[in-house]
Design a protein. Structure first.
Length: 210
């Protein structure tokens, strides 16, 4: 039976961008099915105790920039630390990815183009015209932005949010393998070990610290 990984992400996440190629390459090498699940991070954070970037302490914000540079170099992925149109509301872009999945398209080529457009080319991915252009270049129809497609995708977006919360997801990207959570693109190597070893999932017992 083919194994499956739920890929929770937002296109607004630089970490999802940095890890995307490495993750997809791993999944292809291991013959794993990938279920792409975009989620609204701005709503996931408060549900799970997280803070949006502008509200984090300056120490945490500075360290984030250090880590982005480290992983940019290690993954050999071009990334600008302060792209012109970030942060932005990724809801439309996330829902186009989701609409593509629902319609039976592989969203990978579009996601790669959109990630690079945000984090290196400094394009405005909140602009529907830019999204249409990139979708066409990736072989996706502009109809994915039509009202009916977006309505269906929005419902699925809401379902993904609840699925993420139920699964214990609190950030992006998160890879969920048979109930085991791997949070962050820096856990891809651990995911590789888990897939290669075919070990049972590591599921902690529910116990809260007092």
């Amino acid at each position: 039976m083919q194994r499956r990984i739920e890929y929770f992400l937002s296109m607004a996440s630089p970490w999802a961008y940095l890890g995307h190629d490495a993750f997809i390459s791993l999944a292809q090498r291991c013959g794993v099915e990938v279920v792409v699940r975009p989620v609204p991070l701005r709503r996931l954070f408060p549900e799970t105790g997280g803070l949006p970037l502008p509200k984090r302490h300056a120490v945490r914000q500075r360290y984030r920039l250090v880590e982005l540079q480290r992983w940019r170099d290690l993954r050999n992925v071009p990334l600008k630390l302060f792209p012109a149109y970030s942060p932005f509301d990724a809801a439309l872009l996330d829902c186009v990815v989701l609409a593509a999945v629902i319609a039976g398209y592989d969203p990978d080529a579009f996601m790669r183009k959109a990630f690079a457009a945000i984090w290196y080319e400094e394009r405005n991915l909140a602009d529907p015209d830019v999204i249409i252009e990139l979708a066409a270049a990736a072989g996706l129809p502009a109809s994915l932005l039509a009202q009916d497609c977006q309505a269906t995708a929005q419902l699925a977006y809401e379902e993904n949010l609840q699925s993420a919360i139920d699964a214990g997801v609190f950030g992006a990207p998160t890879y969920v393998l048979e109930g085991e959570i791997f949070w962050g693109q820096d856990r891809i190597e651990l995911l590789d070990i888990a897939l290669s070893a075919r070990r049972p999932a590591v599921i902690p017992e529910v116990q809260m610290l007092q």
